[in-house]
Every structure is written in structure tokens, then in C-alpha cells.
Design a protein around this ligand. Structure first.
Ligand code: FE
Length: 232
């Protein structure tokens, strides 16, 4: 099993490269455009054939490498069916299987951070995008976000998974690599609430500045273009 977790310093994004072994098919989750070369080098070194690439949601803080990887390897671009991205090859519904050689992921529709946020379950681990973060959760104040929907996604979907399920988020600002559902239930300060109303109250009072890249990243990721292509 190849499980490679890349960290993008600029946006604190985690990207995951999955494959059942050297020389086999591979899948990438949440790739960042600036790191495309590194992914291709790793794929090349391990003789992996990239067949599928997933974005958990339309990112506001970096440009996705979905399109660039598709151009270079002809891999299929996957997002959830609620995605407004114009260049997706496969749109998955809630609870749909995504398969590559010897690996199977199941999509879970987890809106709240954005209306197009999906998580992906693979055996003992779940890729939570920006829905559930380590000791946090993704902001819900733009891109069709909803604190109420996020409460439902976290409490009624993700936290229902077995407690030892590993949690791999799309970001961590403290370079923590993973957690578990059980640890998040117990320690995540946002999850120590008694009601949806209490959760909404927390999320509506975060007072965060917009991501610096937002005005470029969101439209570029919807169109599947680079920042330069968007401007020209
Ligand atoms: Fe996000």
C-alpha cells in the first residue's frame, strides 16, 4: 500500500497519493497546482499510473492541480455532483464507490464548509476535506457554506464512523498529520456543543478574514484554469 501525504507550505494543504503498490494504478486527493511536478516525479519513481484525481470541494485558498494532472496523465477528474466546477469528468453522488486497482473509496456528502463538500471513506480512514479538521472545522461563511449543514455532516455522518477511523483533513495549520474520529469527538473544541444552535453560534462568530487567494482561486477552480489564464 502506498499512502503519501504531501504538505503545501503556502496554503497548508494536505494532498494524498494512494495506490495499492508499485507499478499499479494511483489516485490523488486535493492536489495543489504548484506541486504538480513533485506528484509526477513520485508517480514516475514508483511507476504508478494516475487514473483518478479528486477535489473534496472547490478550494478558495489555492489553485487545484486537477486540470493540470488531467492534461499530463489523462486521469479522470472527480468531484461531488454538487460541484460547480466546469471541467469534471465524473461527478459522484452521496455514498458512491470510486475504484482504482485494489482500492475503493466511498463518497459521503458532507456540506457545510461549502455546498459542494464531500468526504471520502477508505477502509480504516476518512478524507474529510475541510468539513472536519483536527481540533477544528472548516469555516462556513462563504461558497454556500452553512453552519447548520456542517453540524449535520459532522455529527450525523462523520462522527457516526467507528471511533478508531483515521481522520485525514485537507488542511492543518499546526502540521498535525492525522487524528481519529474518537479523538476529535473528545478533544475538538468545536464539537463540545450540546446542540446545533450552539455550534452555529460558534461558527457565526469566528470573524475570519477572507483567504488571500479567494477572488482568484474560486473562479479559477470552477473553470479549471490557472491564475494566469483567469487574468488574461
Ligand atoms: Fe476549503
Amino acid at each position: 500500500m502506498i499512502f503519501n501525504q504531501f504538505f503545501d507550505d503556502k496554503s497548508s494543504t494536505y494532498t494524498y497519493i494512494l495506490s495499492s503498490g508499485k507499478g499499479r494504478e494511483a489516485l490523488i486527493i486535493d492536489p495543489v497546482i504548484e506541486n504538480t511536478k513533485e506528484y509526477l516525479t513520485l508517480l514516475n519513481n514508483l511507476e504508478l499510473k494516475l487514473v483518478k484525481v479528486i477535489d473534496t470541494h472547490i478550494h478558495a485558498d489555492h489553485i487545484s492541480a486537477l486540470n493540470e494532472l488531467n492534461k499530463q496523465t489523462n486521469c479522470k477528474r472527480i468531484m461531488g455532483e454538487k460541484s460547480e466546477c466546469e471541467v469534471i469528468d465524473i461527478k459522484v453522488k452521496d455514498n458512491e464507490k470510486i475504484k482504482i486497482e485494489n482500492i475503493e473509496l466511498t463518497s459521503i456528502y458532507t456540506p457545510g464548509h461549502t455546498q459542494c463538500s464531500y468526504s471520502f471513506l477508505m477502509n480504516d480512514r476518512v478524507f474529510t476535506g475541510d468539513t472536519l479538521l483536527i481540533n477544528g472545522s472548516g469555516r462556513t461563511d462563504f461558497q454556500g457554506g452553512s453552519a447548520l449543514e456542517q453540524y449535520d455532516s459532522i455529527f450525523n455522518k462523520l462522527l457516526k464512523l467507528p471511533e478508531d477511523t483515521l481522520v485525514y483533513p485537507a488542511h492543518d495549520y499546526n502540521k498535525k498529520k492525522f487524528s481519529t474520529i474518537g479523538k476529535e469527538k473528545e478533544n475538538n473544541p468545536r464539537l463540545q456543543v450540546k446542540s446545533a444552535e450552539e455550534y452555529i453560534e460558534i461558527m457565526n462568530n469566528l470573524n475570519l478574514a477572507n483567504p488571500k487567494m479567494m477572488d482568484i482561486a474560486v473562479p479559477a477552480n470552477k473553470k479549471g484554469v490557472t491564475a494566469e489564464q483567469l487574468i488574461t
